[in-house]
Ligand binder design. Sequence first.
Ligand code: MG
Length: 313
Amino acid sequence: MNPLPRRVSIVEVGPRDGLQNEKAVIATADKIAFVDRLSAAGHAAIEVSAFVSPTRVPQMADASDVFAGISRRPGVRYTALVPNQAGLDRAMAAGVSEIAIFAAASETFSRRNINQSIDQSLATYATVCTAAAAGGIRVRAYLSTCFGCPFEGPVAPERVAAVAGRLLALGAFEVAVSDTIGVAHPGQVPVVLDAVAREVPLNQLALHFHDTRGTALANVLAGLDYGVTTFDSSAGGLGGCPFAPGAAGNLATEDLVYMLDGLGIQTGISLAGLVESSRFIESRLDHPLPSRYLQAARGGGAPGLLSLAGTGY
Ligand code: MG
């Protein structure tokens, strides 16, 4: 392997990508408390909510109230997902300084997910990005189905790279190359990155993995080896997988931080604080969260590697 980075940035997507895909209705005050717990745990980038259609996504209908209620810590980025100009207008009114837009590498996924072709969606985002830049707002971009599509199957890395390059050209400061259905494996990661890195510099690339088939951490390791230093994850593994009911979705932040801690890579995030945050939001859900680390911590053992001492290993 190549030398590992000394520090990695984690983008916490639990309050948005996670809660948006949970069935339970979470009170606005609990969402605010969850975000504040995550920032207290050391998160420096938190995707807080989405300014999307309240009828289509009722879980995010209180985005303005959540942004009004959180305690903004200096140096922490609080991001909102925005699909169009109307969303941007609401985000700006709520004092949001960083938005996220979302496009797909698969044409069929784009049409099924947002009812627009890739070209149509990028035309919408061009307007949004211009307005955001004029308002001094930073834009992050998600690119979904980079490792496979639920409708088309395999997605050509060149196709991923082309759309990633167009998102960067629109003004995004970072493109999160995302494994929407959790099919990526460590052999595939460098193949996709070889193509994407020709269009997007490595320091403007993030990886967003799902653990649906148990490969998320192995994929992170492959990404680290390649030189990527920004990874998305969700506290406790919040969110599930909309394409495989009952299966895991977002990589759990605890599992990621535990591995990075073990590798001596700094994240600035306290595992204990993170576990406390996840337990808090878990108490508002109708099911246990899937994070392996959280499950192990629930067993009452010491939280780290040293807990092996004296247990018979
Ligand atoms: Mg996700």
